[in-house]
Ligand binder design. Structure first.
Ligand code: XMP
Length: 605
């Protein structure tokens, strides 16, 4: 190999690719490898990292990988599932239990080179069901964690310097492990002794070259929602093949924000990409496809299929159906769809529906950003000369407000409430809060698996940190709960009732207004750039005696969308939101989503 390179074995954890990205950002090449590849495929690397996984090591799941990697002389570091596999391979034991979600404090035992330059106690991010309970004789514990209220977990970090094998139960690759980058860099530079030689500039040159090779003399038809990703993809493609061979199609699916399409068309014009800029208003077609649909994955599929129908019809109408299809797909879109060999489908992203998959297999799709995360896309956009305002826009999902407008058949979904409710109420009371489990569900992610579970509404005037502690206790200890919201109304509701509601223009209009109010407030309070994304969600849930619905606001901080933490909003802003949102037609309750990801995803569906 020309450059020093690290192999990252992808066991399908949500984060495998993130590990590779973090290594690349330090200027060292990293390549993703599959666990069952022959051992020869792992030769020539300076080191190996074993990712996390949705599988349970305690149950022997996914144990048929190439174990001969352990005979290689290079250093190996495992995260989560990888950590447990390493412990087990060298004589340690693991058990199903000791689970932790979210933040924990890592207490570092020794001045180990993996933790060089770090504090004795470091915040780390956990998401696991299984735990290491003992290690083999060559190994020692180099860190343990304390989560929540003094609950101690042993063997959070283990190592054998003689074997050069190491394991972290936590995920250093996610941004919430504050110095995770340094830990990975310590492995790469101190333990594997790599030299740095990779850069974003080189990546851009390589991509432009790749696009030119793939496209040849053909033209590209790019689906341009106007978000950061499609905008950067458009400019990159324009540079690679010239604006004459690039067609942009913007579809208004009726699930856009207030005045969004007009804004997007203006932006592409200003970017000089209006030579072949096409627009379709397909709001009615999407509404018809969503009639009477309530289940999230079905909604996503309908939106995805309709999207494909609309663009295919439009391509035919314009006579450009034989052009290659361009998309601004970025890496999280593929992984959450179950797009790597082993990852669980958390949500089907619209740019990964079956027809598009077939086109990808036939090499008919151009996706120059498919390896990148949002922060990297923004960095690339800057290099391409795109203005900051366009690059700093909050991410907006392909299915738009469709995934922020929950639907319900009006059935009270109270399965398991008899056991959940007393547990939740008792835990909440411990933190001075009242709680109500809600009879609807939202999508979340626990230990890399999709969790379609209940939210809990918490009421009470406690400090932000106490609130977050209550949320982590409830979501960690009560099975079936993946999310908590904080009631911004004046009283704890005596009941919560799911009301029948589907995707209609009226509901979308109300949600658009609520969303515009929230966005405007974030800008006015100068918080727009500090908050990474802030979905506003309309939930068909009545919390009063009146028949209305509930609005949930979900401000989060994140860097790569794989993990997120909730953001505390200033009291004045909250009070203004309360006045304005509760003044909207049919809205009778307002709450703030206070869940991290995991266990809640950023979007509710
Ligand atoms: P979740 O909700 O999975 O979202 O935590 C992670 C990030 O992805 C965005 N998202 C999507 N983006 N098509 C997209 O292009 C989709 O179908 C989709 N679903 C979620 C979400 O807004 C967040 O930034």
């Amino acid at each position: 190999m020309q450059h020093d390179t690290i192999a990252v074995i992808d066991f399908g954890g949500q984060y495998a690719h993130l590990i590779a990205t973090k290594i690349r950002r330090r200027g060292v090449r990293a390549e993703i490898r599959q666990p069952e590849e022959p051992v020869e495929a792992f030769e020539g690397y300076r080191g190996i990292i074993i990712s996390g996984s949705p599988s349970l090591a305690s149950r022997g799941e996914d144990s048929q990988y190439t174990k001969a990697i352990y005979d290689l002389k290079v250093p190996i570091l495992g995260f989560c599932f990888g950590h447990q596999e390493i412990a087990q391979h060298y004589g340690g034991q693991i058990e199903h239990g000791g689970r932790e979600w979210g933040k924990a404090d890592l207490h570092i035992e020794s001045g180990h080179p993996l933790f060089r330059g770090l504090e004795p106690v470091e915040p780390v991010w956990m998401s696991h069901y299984d735990s290491v309970v003992s290690v083999g004789s060559d190994f020692e514990e180099i860190g343990h964690t304390i989560t929540g209220e003094a609950s101690e977990h042993r063997f959070a970090a283990i190592g054998s310097d003689s074997l050069r094998r190491y394991g972290f139960q936590f995920h250093p690759e996610v941004d919430d492990t504050v110095h995770g980058d340094e830990m990975i860099a310590n492995f790469v530079f101190e333990i594997c002794d790599c030299a740095a030689s990779w850069s974003m500039e080189q990546f851009l040159d390589e991509q432009i070259e790749r696009v030119r090779e793939q496209v040849g003399e053909q033209s590209v038809f790019l689906l341009a929602s106007g978000g950061v990703d499609s905008t950067v993809a458009a400019v990159l493609l324009g540079q690679a093949i010239g604006p004459g061979r690039l067609h942009l199609l913007h579809i208004d699916n009726g699930l856009m924000r207030l005045h969004e399409s007009a804004h997007v068309l203006r932006m592409f014009t200003e970017l000089g990409l209006d030579r072949n800029l096409h627009f379709v208003d397909a709001g009615d077609t999407f509404l018809k496809a969503l009639e009477g649909v309530a289940e999230p994955e079905v909604k996503r599929r309908k939106i995805g299929d309709t999207f494909v129908d609309v663009f295919q019809n439009e391509a035919k109408r314009l006579g450009i159906e034989h052009h290659l299809l361009g998309q601004g797909t970025i890496y999280p879109d593929t992984i959450e769809t179950g797009g790597t060999q082993r990852s669980d489908t958390i949500k089907t992203h619209h740019n990964r529906v079956p027809i598009i998959q077939e086109m990808i297999e036939a090499s008919r799709v151009v996706e120059p950003l498919a390896d990148l995360y949002k922060v990297e896309v923004r960095e690339l956009g800057k290099r391409l000369g795109i203005e900051q305002r366009a690059l700093s826009r909050h991410p907006f999902p392909g299915p738009g407000l469709g995934v922020r407008l929950l639907c319900s058949r009006g059935v009270q979904d109270r399965e398991g409430f008899e056991t959940m409710e007393p547990q939740v109420e008792q835990l909440a009371a411990h933190y001075g809060l009242q709680a109500r489990v809600l009879p609807i569900r939202s999508v979340g992610v626990k230990a890399d698996l999709r969790a379609y579970e209940h939210p809990v509404l918490l009421s009470g005037d406690v400090g932000w940190q106490v609130l977050l502690d209550a949320v982590s206790a409830i979501t960690a200890q009560v099975p079936g709960i993946n999310r908590c919201v904080w009631n911004l109304g004046s009283e704890h509701p005596a009941r919560a009732t799911a009301v029948e509601a589907y995707t209609t223009r009226d509901r979308l209009d109300v949600l658009r207004e609520a969303d515009a109010i929230v966005m405007e407030a974030l800008r006015r309070f100068d918080l727009y750039d500090d908050v990474w994304q802030c979905p506003t969600v309309l939930v068909p849930l009545s919390l009063t005696d009146e028949p209305g619905e509930t609005v949930i606001v979900r401000p989060i901080r994140s860097q790569r969308a794989m993990t997120a933490t909730p953001v505390e909003l200033p009291a004045v802003l909250v009070s203004e939101l309360r006045d304005q949102v509760l003044g909207l037609d049919g809205i009778t309750a307002l709450a703030l989503d206070v869940t991290s990801k995991p266990p809640g995803t950023i979007e509710w569906e």
